[in-house]
Design a protein around this ligand. Structure first.
Ligand code: ATP
Length: 302
C-alpha cells in the first residue's frame, strides 16, 4: 500500500493526505415502524466493500472542493465539504483545506457514497489539522452529517438500529460479491416515502443475518438477505428485478438491493466466482464490479 503522507517540517502534522473511502451494502434492511420525529425505525446489517472513492486533502488557507464527477455538487451541499465545515465549526478552528474527490462509487445508488466521503474528510482533517479527536468524538460530528456516516468511521460489518445510527459491530465473513448499478439514480426520500405499515417487520431477519455472518458460509448469508425497500423500488423501477435475475442466472447464490437502491448485489462463493459472475452479467448501461467485503476500516490511507 502506498503511504502518501507529506509531513509539515514544523509540526509533524501531515500537510497532504491521500485516502480511500469504501462504500457499503445493506445485507438486510428492515423497516420496523415510523417514529414521531418523521424518521423510520430500521434494523439493518451494513457491510463495507472495496469499491472506493479517492480523496486528497491538502492543508490550505481556503476551504474548497474539486471533483471528477459531474453529478455531485461542489458547494456546501457536498457531504465532503459539509464534513469539513462541520468539523471546523465544532473544533472552533479557522483552518482551510483543498479537497480533491475522485468519485468511483455511483451516486444516489444506495451505496452510501456521500457518507463515506464525509467520514474520510473527518478522519483526514482530524490529522491534517492536528485536532487529536477520538473516534467517539468524530462520531458526534458524523451523525450531524447523516445516519450512515458513523458506520464508515468503523467499517467492517455492523448491525444498525434506531434511525440507523445505533451501531453494534458484527463478525465479518470473507465474502465476495458482485455489485450491479443500472445508471439510474433513485432518491432515498422517494423510496422511503413508498413504505406502508403492512411492510413493517420485527428485526428478526437482521438478527438472522448476524448469525449467518458468524457461520462464515456464503450460502447461509445468501439465504438470509432481505430488504423491505426493494418492494417499493422494484414496483417503480423494473430494472431492479432484471438486474437480480441476471445475477442469479449468472450463478450468484442470492441477490438483493442495497439501501434505497437501485444498486443490487449478488453473493459469490469466492472472489474468482464473483469475477465470473461479473463477466456474465455485464450489460452496456449497467456498471458491474466484483468486490470483497472489508473486515477492517472503510477509510484507509493510501
Ligand atoms: P443515501 O442512502 O445515504 O442517500 P446514497 O448512496 O443512495 O446514499 P449518495 O451517493 O450519497 O447516495 O448521494 C445522495 C445525494 O447526495 C445525491 O443527490 C448527491 O448529489 C448528494 N451528494 C452530496 N455530496 C456527495 C458526495 N460527496 N458524493 C455523492 N453524492 C453526494
Amino acid at each position: 500500500m502506498l503511504w502518501c503522507v507529506v509531513l509539515s517540517k514544523r509540526s509533524g502534522k501531515p500537510r497532504r493526505l491521500a485516502l480511500s473511502a469504501a462504500c457499503k451494502i445493506n445485507l438486510v434492511l428492515e423497516v420496523l415502524g415510523r417514529r414521531d420525529d418523521g424518521y423510520h425505525e430500521i434494523a439493518t446489517v451494513m457491510q463495507a466493500v472495496d469499491l472506493s472513492d479517492r480523496l486528497v486533502l491538502e492543508d490550505a488557507n481556503v476551504l474548497e472542493l474539486r471533483t471528477t464527477a459531474s453529478d455531485v455538487p461542489t458547494d456546501g451541499t457536498n457531504l465532503a465539504l459539509k464534513a469539513a465545515l462541520t468539523l471546523r465549526e465544532m473544533a472552533g478552528v479557522s483552518r482551510g483545506a483543498r479537497i480533491t474527490l475522485d468519485k468511483r462509487i455511483p451516486v444516489a445508488a444506495g451505496l452510501g457514497g456521500g457518507s463515506t466521503d464525509a467520514a474520510a474528510v473527518l478522519v483526514g482533517l482530524n490529522r491534517v489539522w492536528g485536532l487529536g479527536w477520538s473516534t467517539a468524538r468524530l462520531a458526534d460530528a458524523a451523525v450531524k452529517l447523516g445516519m450512515d456516516v458513523p458506520f464508515f468511521l468503523h467499517g467492517g460489518a455492523a448491525l444498525a438500529t434506531g434511525r440507523g445510527d445505533r451501531l453494534a459491530p458484527l463478525t465479518c465473513s470473507a465474502l465476495s460479491l458482485v455489485l450491479v448499478n443500472p445508471g439510474v439514480a433513485a432518491s432515498t426520500a422517494e423510496i422511503y416515502g413508498g413504505v406502508v405499515a403492512t411492510m413493517y417487520s420485527d428485526g428478526a431477519r437482521a438478527q438472522g443475518m448476524a448469525t449467518a455472518l458468524r457461520s462464515r458460509q456464503p450460502g447461509r448469508v445468501a439465504a438470509s438477505l432481505g430488504n423491505t425497500l426493494e418492494r417499493v423500488a422494484s414496483a417503480r423501477y423494473r430494472v431492479v428485478e432484471q438486474m437480480e435475475a441476471a445475477l442469479l442466472a449468472a450463478g450468484a447464490l442470492g441477490a438483493a438491493m442495497s439501501g434505497s437502491g437501485l444498486t443490487v448485489f449478488g453473493i459469490a462463493r469466492s472472489y474468482d466466482h464473483a469475477r465470473q459472475i461479473r463477466a456474465r452479467v455485464t450489460r452496456a448501461r449497467w456498471g458491474c464490479w466484483a468486490v470483497r467485503a472489508l473486515r477492517g476500516p472503510a477509510i484507509r490511507m493510501r
